[in-house]
Design a protein around this ligand. Structure first.
Ligand code: GLP
Length: 240
């Protein structure tokens, strides 16, 4: 595991955007797995700017995303599809046919087998990962067991509370999401993990301070992946 600790969020984001650009220069049709959340906003803004500046052309990539809330349509401003469309995809001018995304509105009994088939036929080249305050990735929440493949996850109280900052009230936060499973995350050729701020310090401590892998903190599974780069700022390292 390669750990890049930067003083602040913007320095980390610049280096992470450079890593993504490097991988796409080497493989212009790479399948890139994206993540939502505040963590990646600056990275995405930099990717858009790099393309505008002619440093890289992202229009050849294919994409897949980690997760989507159940019950939110892509037009809802808190759906993850809306986030990706507005923060990245539209600005890059990606062809919709190159974008794979879980539907929060489809019947999950139909949607999940469709997504399983996608992962049986495709392997992600570079998967971006943020982390929840309790160590979740995508919506793989701490539990007695984790899931290998895309599944319908029940959000924990801690995640509902953390994500309620983006909704009008806590009641509006969806209780379920479709999320890539841990096995699909671990199958990616390369992982780029980012964590910023003191609220992520405990998850970062569990990831970096020792050799333990535990279902109580799903991001610790990254210790078993052969090709991971971790970007953390000073605040996220506070418990180390
Ligand atoms: C959500 C997403 C995660 C994300 C996490 C942290 O729960 N499902 O994929 O990593 O939030 O978000 P943020 O980057 O806003 O801290």
């Amino acid at each position: 595991m390669k750990v890049i600790r930067c003083h602040d969020y913007e320095t980390c984001s610049a280096q992470a955007a450079e890593l993504i650009a490097d991988r796409v220069r080497r493989k212009p049709d790479a399948l890139v797995g994206f993540a939502t959340g505040d963590t990646f906003k600056s990275v995405y803004a930099r990717m858009i700017q790099d393309q505008k500046d002619g440093k890289i052309d992202y229009r050849g990539i294919r994409t897949v995303n980690l997760d989507e809330y159940v019950g939110l349509p892509p037009t809802h401003d808190q759906s993850y599809r809306y986030f990706m469309d507005t923060q990245l995809f539209n600005e890059l001018g990606l062809d919709p046919s190159r974008i794979e995304f879980a539907s929060g509105m489809a019947d999950s009994e139909v949607e999940l087998p469709r997504l399983h088939k996608f992962f049986a036929q495709n392997r992600v080249d570079l998967q971006l990962l943020g982390v929840g305050v309790n160590g979740h990735m995508g919506f793989n929440e701490p539990d007695t067991c984790l899931h290998a493949s895309f599944y319908k996850a029940k959000l924990t109280d801690s995640t509902i509370t953390a994500n309620s900052r983006l909704f009008n009230s806590r009641d509006e936060v969806p209780r379920f999401a479709l999320t890539m499973g841990m096995g699909e995350i671990m199958m990616a050729h390369e992982l780029l993990f980012m964590a910023f701020g003191e609220s992520k310090a405990d998850a970062v401590r569990q990831l970096l301070a020792d050799d333990k892998v535990t279902v109580d903190c799903p991001c610790t599974f990254l210790k078993m992946h052969p090709n991971v780069t971790v970007f953390v700022d000073d605040a996220a390292c506070k418990a180390l």
